[in-house]
Design a protein around this ligand. Structure first.
Ligand code: B16
Ligand code: MG
Length: 217
C-alpha cells in the first residue's frame, strides 16, 4: 500500500530558519526590540504575518496596518537576499537520498510548508521536480498548528490522512500533523518535539530500515 510522505521545508529540507532569524532581528531592532535565538524558536513554522504579530506583542509595540505591510514586505526582501545565495549544497544531510528512496519505492511526496517562498527555495536547491505536489503559504488559509496544510497535501496525493507520514521540525508543525491523524516524525531536539511519534536529530540518524518501518505500520 502506498503511504503519503509529507515534508516541511524550513528546518527539515533546508536550514532557512537562520535566514528568517537574521531578517526578523533587523525588523525587531527597528521596533527597538532585541530578538534572541531563544524567542526565535517560537517563530519556526509560524506564518510571516503571525511572526510579525508575535514580535510586536513581545516588544509591546503597536503599528498601523500600512507599517505592518511595509515591515513584512521589507523582511521578505531581506530574507530573499540570503535565499538567493542558496544552491544544491544547502540541502540538509541525507535528505536528498531519503527523498529519492521514498520515490523509488513508489510512495508519493508532498511539501507541506508555511512559506510563501517554498517553490522558489526548492528550485534554488534543485529539488522542485521530486515533489508530486506542493502545499505552501500561498495555498492555505489556516496556519500550523491547524492541520489544513497537511490535510490538503494528503488529498492532493490521494492518500488517506492516517496513511500519511509528516516530517517536521517545529512544535506547531508536529501538533498540526498529530491533529491531522498522521504519523509525525520530529526532526530536532527531543526536549522541543516530545509530541512526535518518532524523533531524530536529523536525517543522518534514521536507521537503514526506518522507511520499511514507516510503510508497514
Ligand atoms: P515566508 P516551514 C516557515 O517554513 C518558517 O519556519 C517560518 O519561520 C516562516 O515564518 C514561514 O515559513 C513563512 O515563511 O515568510 O517565506 O512565507 O517551516 O513551514 O517550511
Ligand atoms: Mg519547519
Amino acid at each position: 500500500m502506498s503511504k503519503g510522505f509529507i515534508f516541511d521545508l524550513d528546518g527539515v529540507i533546508v536550514d532557512t530558519a537562520h535566514f528568517h532569524f537574521l531578517a526578523w532581528r533587523k525588523t525587531a531592532a527597528e521596533l527597538g526590540f532585541e530578538l534572541t535565538e531563544t524567542l526565535n524558536e517560537q517563530l519556526k513554522g509560524v506564518s510571516r504575518i503571525d511572526s510579525l504579530q508575535k514580535i510586536l506583542d513581545w516588544a509591546g509595540v503597536s503599528i498601523s496596518e500600512e507599517t505592518f505591510d511595509r515591515m513584512t514586505a521589507e523582511k521578505n526582501i531581506d530574507y530573499l537576499t540570503h535565499v538567493n545565495q542558496m544552491g544544491h549544497d544547502d540541502i540538509l544531510p541525507s535528505v536528498e537520498d531519503f527523498l529519492k528512496k521514498v520515490k523509488t519505492l513508489g510512495h508519493p511526496i508532498a511539501l507541506g510548508s508555511a512559506s510563501k517562498n517554498a517553490p522558489a527555495i526548492l528550485a534554488k536547491v534543485g529539488l522542485l521536480h521530486i515533489f508530486d505536489t506542493i502545499v505552501d503559504g500561498n495555498s492555505v488559509s489556516k496556519a500550523k498548528p491547524d492541520p489544513e496544510v497537511f490535510l490538503i497535501g494528503a488529498r492532493q496525493l490521494g492518500v488517506l490522512p492516517e496513511n500519511c507520514i509528516v516530517f517536521e521540525d517545529s512544535v506547531a508543525g508536529v501538533a498540526a500533523a498529530n491533529a491531522a491523524g498522521m504519523t509525525s516524525v520530529g526532526i530536532g531536539s527531543e526536549d522541543v518535539l516530545d509530541h512526535a511519534d518518532f524523533i531524530f536529530k536529523d536525517f543522518t540518524e534514521f536507521h537503514p530500515h526506518f522507511i520499511d518501518q514507516l510503510v508497514t505500520t
